[in-house]
Design a protein around this ligand. Structure first.
Ligand code: C5P
Length: 416
């Protein structure tokens, strides 16, 4: 990459990923670009001005009200002397300040005063990244023409898993190079475009999640122990890869994942109706633990105890099999239909048989025998069954399973 003669104004905001800015500076200098570093107050808590200044071979600017800096180069001039302004890492806080148009320190003042293109490389905890405030701020910034690279999904410094990790310095460098390219180059079909749309952009995914509740009478119901954690995490992971997601959620105590259309349902019949109403879709993931049976004639009045003490006889009928119906051949069948198999014995055989029986493309199988603690727990140990065979995934958090599954789905669509 040749950035000879280019000038990058690099704003380093506070966050554990700030140390990666040092590597970015090194790469920029190696590519021939001049780097003018700006450290926010929090940024200077994570990397020292001396390290930044030494690698950049340039003065590091930190203070809006520094008379020396103002005398040497005024902040307006500083914001315009560069060819590109880069914020890496960009914390949720600086993104919020940019979206609000604040100018309460040197970095945000430069960002408000610049007439150059701006590239941000967000890095934060997965929940902060998925918070509706951050989602809205990013949308505002994108709408104003700010370019975004990353974040990537993976294990975070806070030991959570998901999107929020700073893009690798080489990926940020590639994005900078693309923005500073002197003239449009013929696209290389084999080279990944760092500014390309996320891998599942333009795809619609329907995810069912949680249990269903089947009424016995107005106060009692049949249900199961599903928490919805896995299904909700899958919905969030698919959205993080750019998919438009409709989540059909049974009764759960989880919050709605941000940036996702959520339909709340109680019974299997309602879940079926909401699922089919959400079609067409490219991807369907049936992660819900749909009750197999419902009471044939759920009473409108509370069933009373009889004087004899004899229990009522509940007449059960089978619920519709949403997964089998959605996987059945037809013009509206999503291209990739994924079911779950919660088994307590003979996991692989039962799950493979279920894949055939239901007509779905993949089955995510897990052992839910009580000793595993998986049902309602935070972890999952999965066997992924496709037409090509079975694959064992190590035990990991449900968010990690969701991230891995979403990545597999993206690869599947990239190949086909
Ligand atoms: O048949 P079983 O309940 O074991 O199958 C599990 C899979 O089928 C899960 O993906 C679940 O979401 C789906 N399913 C469904 N509708 C039902 C029963 C199960 O979509 N009525």
């Amino acid at each position: 990459m040749n950035l000879a003669g280019k000038r990058v104004l690099l704003i380093v905001s506070g966050g554990i990923a700030a140390y990666k800015a040092l590597e970015l500076i090194r790469l920029l200098r190696a590519a021939g670009s001049a780097v003018t570093p700006v450290l926010t107050r929090a940024g200077a808590e994570f990397v020292t001005p001396l390290a930044v200044q030494t690698l950049a071979e340039n003065t590091v600017f930190q203070d809006l009200f520094s008379l020396t800096d103002e005398a040497e180069i005024g902040h307006i001039q500083l914001s315009r002397a560069a060819d590109l302004v880069v914020v890496a890492p960009a914390t949720a806080h600086i993104l919020a300040r940019m979206a609000a148009g604040l100018a309460d320190d040197l970095a945000t003042t430069l960002l408000l005063a610049t007439d150059k293109r701006v590239l941000v490389a967000p890095a934060m905890n997965v929940r902060m990244w998925q918070h509706p405030a951050t989602v809205a701020n990013l949308a505002t910034l994108r709408a104003r023409g700010v370019f975004v690279v990353g974040p990537e999904a993976g294990e975070m410094a806070c030991h959570e898993f998901g999107p929020g990790r700073l893009a690798e310095p080489v990926a940020i460098l590639a994005a900078i190079t693309a923005l500073l390219a002197p003239e449009p180059r013929a696209p290389d079909p084999l080279a990944p475009d760092p500014l390309a749309a996320p891998p599942l952009a333009g795809r619609h995914a329907i995810v069912t999640s949680g249990p269903t509740q089947e009424p016995i009478d107005p106060v009692r119901y049949i249900a199961n122990r599903s928490s919805g954690r896995q299904g909700h995490a899958i919905a969030a992971a698919l959205a993080a890869l750019g998919a438009r997601v409709t989540l059909i959620a049974g009764p759960v105590t989880l919050p709605d994942p941000p940036g996702i259309t959520v339909r709340h349902v109680e019974t299997a019949a309602e879940m079926r109706e909401a699922t089919f109403a959400a079609l067409p879709a490219d991807i369907a993931v049936a992660a819900a633990a749909v009750a197999d049976w419902r009471v044939a004639r759920a009473g409108g009045a509370k069933i009373k105890k009889t004087a004899s003490g004899a229990p009522p006889i509940l007449d059960l009928v089978a619920n519709p099999d949403i997964l089998a119906e959605i996987a059945a051949p037809g013009p509206n069948r999503p291209r990739l239909v994924i079911g779950f198999a919660a088994e307590t014995e003979n996991l692989a055989e039962n799950a493979s048989a279920k894949r055939q029986r239901k007509g779905c493309d993949w089955i995510v199988a897990n052992d839910v025998s009580p000793a595993t603690g998986i049902m309602g727990g935070a972890e999952n140990a999965v066997l992924l069954i496709t037409a090509d065979g079975a694959e064992t995934w190590p035990r990991m958090g449900k968010e990690a399973v969701a991230g891995k599954l979403a990545a597999r789905i993206a690869t599947h669509f990239a190949k086909s």
